[in-house]
Design a protein around this ligand. Structure first.
Ligand SMILES: CSC[C@H]1O[C@H](OP(=O)(O)O)[C@H](O)[C@@H]1O
Length: 349
């Protein structure tokens, strides 16, 4: 089963509820663009590629639910849904990329309500299928970077759950494993939402890939003591100079790896690259509900004082000088990224 699926008969999107994994495996049905935007905001679905394709399906839902057969009114509804979905989370550029792609590819059908309704579903389905193909291409390039016997630190979740299927950085590890390379993964638990301890661990168990969970503050110890050969993590937005916005904690991990001469690779589809931004300080960083930090429990009790305050930036920016390479579906990009990245984003026809 894919992370996201379209039910053509009912005109609904079905997604795995990632908030309750691994305790329970349940699915959520989205029937409107509003349902979809809320699922993105509350992280029922999360992961840059997954939320992008979710938004495309959310725009299809908006048109299927619209009670008008005026082509002009339907186009206005498509734009309204696109704006609502783009605003759901600010950091992953895949949301805006997906919405703009749906609008661009539906333009030719905007004169007819029936044609527009048919086209928006077809575009979303195409984007879903492409995501899986792109992830397998990324993983093929990335698996070449992994040697038999490597121990790898992986941060957050970048597997099938973060995409339509297969995954990006975790897809690289999965591909290397399937090629017969013996890999061992140190899974950063990834506070505060524990995408690593919950989702990456669950996926690696499914793939029978050996792993051990570590708390985020342990990574430096393993890097300094020579127990780690590579670091892999994903991306939510990559700027023209190769700075990478990714799950909070990625920057500290990259600093520790760089200081101990361990290679760091960020893995992402080129839909995650935002060439309009010159550097990472321009990337909007999502600040989430402090209760995601404050609500920590231990032995069944809330850990933090009732009157405590907290900050909760969901992402940070890893400057390009800490990165060894950027793994994309068009190959691995090496420094100077500002020089090489554009031709990987728009490969020569
Ligand atoms: C291939 S997923 C990319 C990216 O998305 C995750 O963030 P979130 O769980 O908040 O959606 C994380 O930063 C992954 O590396």
């Amino acid at each position: 089963m894919r992370t996201l699926e379209w039910n053509a008969e009912s005109g609904e999107m079905i997604m795995i509820d990632q908030r309750i994994l691994p305790a329970r495996f349940e699915r959520v049905i989205c029937r409107t663009a509003e349902d979809t935007a809320e699922a993105i905001r509350n992280m029922t679905v999360r992961g840059a590629p997954a939320i992008g394709v979710s938004a495309a399906y959310g725009m299809a839902l908006a048109l299927l639910r619209a009670r008008t057969d005026s082509a002009d009114a339907l186009w206005a509804e498509l734009e309204r849904a696109g704006a609502l979905l783009t605003a759901a989370r600010p950091t992953a550029v895949n949301l805006a990329w997906a919405v703009q792609r749906v609008l661009a590819e539906c333009q030719p059908a905007r004169g007819s309500a029936a044609a527009l309704r048919e086209q928006v579903v077809a575009v979303a389905e195409r984007m879903a299928d492409e995501d899986v193909e792109v992830n397998r291409r990324i993983s093929t390039f990335g698996a070449e970077l992994i040697q038999d016997g490597d121990t790898i630190i992986h941060h957050c979740n970048t597997g099938a759950l973060a995409t339509v299927d297969w995954g990006t950085a975790l897809g690289v590890i999965r591909m290397a494993h399937e090629q017969g390379k013996r890999v061992h993964v140190l899974v950063d638990e990834t506070r505060p939402r524990l995408q690593g301890a919950r989702l990456t661990a669950w996926e690696l168990s499914q793939y029978r890939i050996p792993y051990e969970i570590i708390s985020d503050n342990m990574a430096g110890h393993f890097l300094r003591s020579g127990q780690v050969q590579k670091v892999f993590f994903g991306a939510d937005r990559v700027t023209a100079n190769g700075d990478v916005a990714n799950k909070i904690g990625s920057y500290m991990l990259a600093l520790a790896a760089h200081s101990n001469h361990v290679p760091v690779y960020s893995v992402f589809p080129t839909s995650t690259v935002d060439l309009s931004l010159a550097h990472g300080d321009l990337i909007p960083i999502e600040e989430r509900d402090p209760m995601e930090v404050l609500g920590l429990e231990f032995e069944g009790q809330r850990v933090t004082p009732a009157d405590a305050q907290a900050r909760n930036p969901a992402f940070d920016v890893t400057p390009n000088h800490l990165l060894t390479g950027l793994v994309t579906e068009n190959g691995v990009v090496y420094p100077p990224f500002v020089e090489h990245l554009p031709r990987f984003v728009r490969p020569a026809a």
